[in-house]
Design a protein. Structure first.
Length: 233
């Protein structure tokens, strides 16, 4: 219960990793708010965890996201933690066969959502004289990205965002780190890759535990890190 009285926003909270993060932070005593796009997805999350608070907002809309985060801060006294787990994967083709529309989509859902989320939250975190941000990048961001260039580029940009924010927010006692999963052991990934060796995949709750550590009181000296969380995957 090391996050009692902390206000946490978890984007992508209805997704495979996000659900585990919501569960972990709630168990640690945090007040958890998750933006969502689909009512049915949030309803399912809320049924599992009645304490989670939802707000319907398009995270690619700067004005709407700022208004939503301002509301959270006004209702709960501030914002202490932001986990940017919203995102998605698409690709599988060489660069010359990948239309720009796919590049734009990957940048929007993986990078733009994180940038806008951070921009909306940081003023409130500065007012609280501290906080923690964790961005979800990908193992692919550190590799060649062959046949996955749009996704890899977006996730690599998330790493640069993390490093820049860590430097900018150091005087404000706000830490900013990234985690780099590979394939996560979720029902959706198992369905998409039924013949893969699922035993090598990392479970969402294991990654959630690392995220919990990064936003907790014992990790205040860690900022600007990109932490591999892919185990044997």
């Amino acid at each position: 219960m090391d996050l009692v009285n902390k206000i946490a926003i978890v984007t992508g909270g209805t997704g495979g990793l996000g659900v585990a993060v919501v569960e972990r932070l709630l168990a640690a005593g945090a007040t958890v708010v998750t933006p969502y796009a689909q009512e049915t997805a949030f309803h399912a999350l809320h049924e599992r965890f009645p304490a989670v608070i939802g707000m319907r907002v398009d995270l690619t809309d700067e004005a709407a996201t700022k208004a939503a985060y301002d509301t959270v801060a006004a209702m709960h006294g501030g914002i202490d933690i932001v986990i940017n787990a919203a995102g998605g994967f698409a690709g599988g083709q060489p660069v010359h066969q990948t239309p720009w529309s796919l590049w734009q989509t990957q940048l929007d859902i993986n990078l733009k959502t994180a940038v806008i989320s951070c921009a909306a939250a940081i003023p409130h975190m500065i007012e609280r004289s501290g906080g923690a941000i964790v961005n979800v990048s990908s193992r692919t961001a550190t590799q060649t990205g062959a046949n996955l260039a749009a996704y890899a580029a977006a996730k690599r940009a998330v790493l640069q965002l993390t490093e820049a924010l860590a430097a900018e927010l150091l005087p404000h006692n706000i830490t900013v780190n990234a985690v780099l999963p590979s394939v996560i052991d979720t029902p959706a990934n198992r369905a998409a890759m039924p013949n893969a060796n699922h035993e090598r995949w990392v479970k969402p709750e294991e990654i959630a535990a690392v995220i919990h550590f990064l936003v907790g009181p014992t990790a205040r000296i860690i900022s600007g890190a990109a932490i591999p969380v892919y185990g044997k995957a």
